[in-house]
Design a protein around this ligand. Structure first.
Ligand SMILES: Nc1ncnc2c1ncn2[C@@H]1O[C@H](COP(=O)(O)OP(=O)(O)OP(=O)(O)O)[C@@H](O)[C@H]1O
Length: 251
């Protein structure tokens, strides 16, 4: 398993005193693009947040680049794009400031040098927002803000990209930019783990789909077998309380 970039073995986690991950096994090998699918509340976000250390695990093992997560320190190799709903801070900042924050893991919080400024500019070019560099992020559309978050993750030139629902609530034009950006990253050798509620426009890029149900893996294989998750209800989407209970899984 020397080429495992992410490896979870029998991982359990609790939130609010309730067990939400019931023994997750998941591997992402170097250069692979793995999609984590499943209904609302199935544990997708909790799984990726456990990988980056935002959710404490109560059992099992997590390794990054072959190193146990507990002792892993090389965070500049990892780019994380949070779910946009949890990332909106309401703090006024320019596009450049937000993206520069993604470079801090490389500068080790020291002064920015030319290479750092170039990396920030390049990341903004990749997501098509170089012309908005000086604008406040508050002036951006949801899709543009999502592109800023992705540029922030790319600014450190990570080998592993972890993205939580990068397409959620994103307009079609931005979706296309995101798909193109991701394709370039993958072509450049990046490894990707992303949470999706449906395969959508990213499907051609995905090597493997892992479907969760109630905190357990119920499918791990080619994306064709996973299908799109029509039963997922996104928090941004209007939702009728009278809707039937949805499982989000292929029957
Ligand atoms: N901070 C929290 N405290 C208590 N329970 C939580 C918390 N965050 C999530 N949960 C619960 O943990 C379970 C897994 O949630 P998680 O966000 O990982 O699911 P998800 O598959 O990412 O769903 P979604 O598609 O809605 O984002 C759900 O039952 C959720 O209600």
């Amino acid at each position: 398993m020397g080429d495992c970039v992410v490896a979870l073995s029998r991982v359990t986690a609790e939130l609010g005193g309730r067990r939400v991950l019931h023994g997750i096994d998941l591997t992402v090998r170097r250069g692979e693009v793995v999609a984590l699918l499943g209904a609302n509340g199935s544990g997708k976000s909790t799984t990726v947040r456990a990988v980056i250390g935002q959710v404490p695990v109560t059992g099992g093992e997590i390794a990054l680049f072959g190193t146990p997560r507990r002792t892993f320190r090389d965070w500049a190799r990892v780019g994380y794009v949070p779910q946009r709903t949890t990332a909106a801070g309401g703090v006024p900042a320019t596009v450049t400031e937000v993206v520069s924050a993604g470079r801090l893991s490389r500068t080790r919080f020291g002064p920015f040098r030319k290479a750092d400024r170039e990396a920030v500019h390049h990341a903004l070019e990749l997501v098509g927002l170089a012309d908005r560099a000086k604008d406040s992020v508050n002036a951006l559309s949801g899709g543009q803000y999502q592109r800023v978050l992705i540029a922030r993750a790319l600014a450190a030139r990570p080998e592993l990209l972890i993205m939580d629902e990068p397409m959620a609530g994103v307009d079609l034009a931005s979706q296309q930019v995101l798909a193109d950006t991701l394709r370039e990253q993958v072509a450049g050798g990046a490894t990707v783990l992303l949470v999706l509620h449906e395969l959508g426009p990213l499907e051609p890029l995905i090597d493997r789909a892992v479907v969760l149900r109630d905190g357990r893996v119920v499918h791990d294989g080619p994306p064709e077998g996973a299908g799109s998750d029509h039963d997922h209800v996104h928090p941004h989407a209007p939702h009728e309380p009278s809707d039937p209970i949805r499982t989000g899984l292929p029957l």
